[in-house]
Write a protein that binds this ligand. Structure first.
Ligand SMILES: O=P(O)(O)OC[C@H]1O[C@H](O)[C@H](O)[C@@H](O)[C@@H]1O
Ligand SMILES: [Fe+2]
Length: 187
């Protein structure tokens, strides 16, 4: 019998930084987020090269039944008065869920079902978010520090961005120094 000990990937809980493991990294910049923020003029006035979020995920084989693990690091900032956020998506395989764990910073997880009903959960170090199937999800950074959250999701889930071209119905903005929610419908 041969026994082998394999070093697993390691993540530092306080920062969400991986220190080991086969990793894939992807940066999303303001220029990649066309029609994502409400204020088009403010978006055009921003530095297109500015990174909004980085995703670092464990490079695992997408075989049947497998899961992906990754950390999203969302920068603090705003476009106009709207806080930085991820693009957000439905899963291509709609029934597939996902789990997010807040690691650092503070923000909101926006969840929107297929009828367009939206709700929010606060994200903070240690928060656990069960994202059901048939639910679009987006992270929003309402704090002054990087918001980092670890995600675990089925490889089979895939991403469907096109289904959200009308955007999310709920927007999170800063008004007179406070976090405010706004209903928003694309015309
Ligand atoms: O795909 P986005 O909406 O840009 O979000 C960025 C990433 O956030 C999380 O880490 C999800 O688990 C990933 O599947 C997703 O790709
Ligand atoms: Fe997802």
């Amino acid at each position: 019998m041969t026994i082998s000990i394999t070093q697993p990937p390691q993540v530092a809980w306080a920062s969400g930084q991986f220190t080991n493991g086969p990793l894939i990294r992807k940066s999303t910049r303001l220029q990649n987020l066309t029609h994502v923020f409400m204020d088009e003029k403010a978006w055009l006035a921003c530095d297109p090269q500015q990174i909004v979020y980085d995703v670092e995920m464990v490079d695992s084989a997408p075989i049947a039944g497998a899961l992906y693990t990754g950390v999203t690091h969302l920068q603090p900032g705003k476009v106009g008065d709207e806080y930085f956020m991820t693009r957000g998506h439905f899963h291509a395989q709609r029934e597939q869920g996902e789990v997010y764990y807040g690691l650092r910073g503070s923000g909101l997880l926006l969840l929107q079902d297929e009828k367009g009903t939206a709700r929010l959960e606060p994200v903070f170090p240690g928060s656990v978010h069960i994202i059901p199937g048939f639910t679009a999800h987006r992270l929003i950074n309402t704090g002054n520090d990087i918001l980092s959250a670890l995600a675990v999701w089925p490889c089979a889930a895939g991403h469907d961005y096109a289904a959200l071209t009308q955007g999310f119905n709920l927007r999170v903005v800063e008004e007179v120094g406070r976090v405010q929610l706004k209903e928003y419908h694309h015309d």
